[in-house]
Design a protein around this ligand. Structure first.
Ligand code: NAD
Length: 350
């Protein structure tokens, strides 16, 4: 039977991927998450049934979702020790379909700058993953890199450009400086992806999402946090730094659509951008949300907060050329969806 594997299945991108797999396929899904950040599947698949079986849970009436609350490295170690572990322990005769690797220590800017060594542990999670795929050989692999892999000197206030895939040249002789340990990890992951494809014949696609956002993202990320504060009519409105720094915001539904498209067409470890191609400053983002809320607050810059690079946005022309794909959800539409959920959440809090 075909099983897709999703690591970090209970995080933001992971749970959206699981929902897509349920819609797009009738296959089984192995979900692994240690819940260090993510939330239990029943919190986001509320009408699913759950049946305990040994140390795992089987979710849904169709019984095609198998959930391990476990460090992904331990899960992989068990498979390294005995490739038939899933069959012997759980009676699952697994034929691996797609493997999506979202287990990672990510966090917002505060985590990336505040605890870079914790984020560097992603190197150990990724190394175990790449070693496992070279042996287990799932049909296709999705590795999520990040816009943080791009050279930071191309994202300064004076020199910011729309970042192109070719600005990272892993096959060449020069590389720029990525964004702290988080960016280094992703660059290493892309390097391993190329090796997996070239030396092991694995079908693998890498994606570099820019600032993915969505209705179900947690409040440690700027978009839902700003939406929540606008819904509460915060005034003065706090912004990290001057608020003039900008990002390329892309709705998670567009990320999903582009990601599945990429897996159909990319097999050699090539990495693609996923963004809107537009730069939006945090001040402009605040304006969008406070307009929805119907007020115009005073802005209060918090200059002691970490802000990261000044301007990070992408050029989407390579994706258009390679996949014929363009984002469909405008900033206004996507942010309105987030705002409406923030208003509902606020009513529930009261
Ligand atoms: N969200 C975005 O816009 C975005 C942008 C670029 C790249 N990415 C990449 O996509 C991936 C997923 O990001 P996300 O936004 O969903 O992050 P997230 O923090 O919401 O999800 C990560 C999940 O992994 C789990 N996890 C962490 N360490 C684990 C371990 N050792 N074993 C098992 N589970 C573990 C966490 O509990 C969490 O549920 C990451 O690799 C991230 O770098 C995301």
């Amino acid at each position: 039977m075909k099983f897709h594997l999703v690591s970090g299945a209970c995080g933001f991108v992971g749970r959206n991927t699981v929902k897509q797999l349920l819609k797009r396929t009738s296959d089984n899904i192995l979900m692994i998450d240690d819940l260090s950040v993510g939330t239990h599947p029943l919190t986001w698949m509320k009408d699913f049934s759950s049946k305990a079986f040994k140390d795992i849970e089987i979710l849904g009436e169709e019984e095609r979702l198998f959930y391990w609350q476990m460090d992904f490295r331990k899960f992989l170690q068990k498979l390294q020790d005995d490739p038939n572990w899933l069959e012997k322990e759980y009676g699952l005769k697994v034929n691996y379909g797609d493997a999506f690797h979202f287990a990672a220590i990510v966090g917002g800017r505060a985590k990336i700058e505040g605890d870079p060594m914790a984020v560097a542990l992603d190197l150990s999670i990724d190394a175990e993953f790449f070693n496992w795929i070279s042996k287990a050989r799932p049909e296709r692999i999705l590795y999520p890199s990040s816009s943080a892999a791009y050279p930071i000197n191309m994202q300064t206030e004076s020199d910011a450009v729309a970042l192109k895939e070719s600005d990272i040249n892993i096959d060449g002789y020069t590389l720029g400086m990525p964004d702290l340990t988080y960016g280094w990890t992703k660059m290493t992951g892309e390097f391993l992806a190329k090796i997996a494809a070239k030396h092991y014949g694995i079908s693998i696609a890498c994606i570099r999402p820019f600032s993915g956002y969505g209705e179900d993202q947690d409040l440690s990320y700027p978009v839902p946090a700003i939406a929540h504060r606008a819904a509460k009519k915060e005034n003065p409105f706090e912004v990290w730094g001057t608020g003039k720094q900008g990002r390329d915001f892309v709705h998670i539904d567009d990320v999903m659509d582009c990601m599945f498209n990429a897996m159909d067409k990319i097999h050699d470890g090539t990495a693609i951008n996923i963004g809107s191609g537009k730069l939006t400053s945090f001040l402009d983002l605040i304006k969008v949300f406070t307009k929805f809320a119907g007020y115009s607050p005073e802005i209060k810059p918090l200059t002691d907060k970490p802000v990261g690079v000044h301007s990070r946005y992408c050029d989407m022309s390579f994706v258009k050329e390679l996949l014929g794909w363009e984002p469909k959800i405008s900033l206004e539409e996507g942010m309105k969806r987030v705002y409406d959920v923030a208003v509902e959440n606020l009513k529930r809090e009261k």
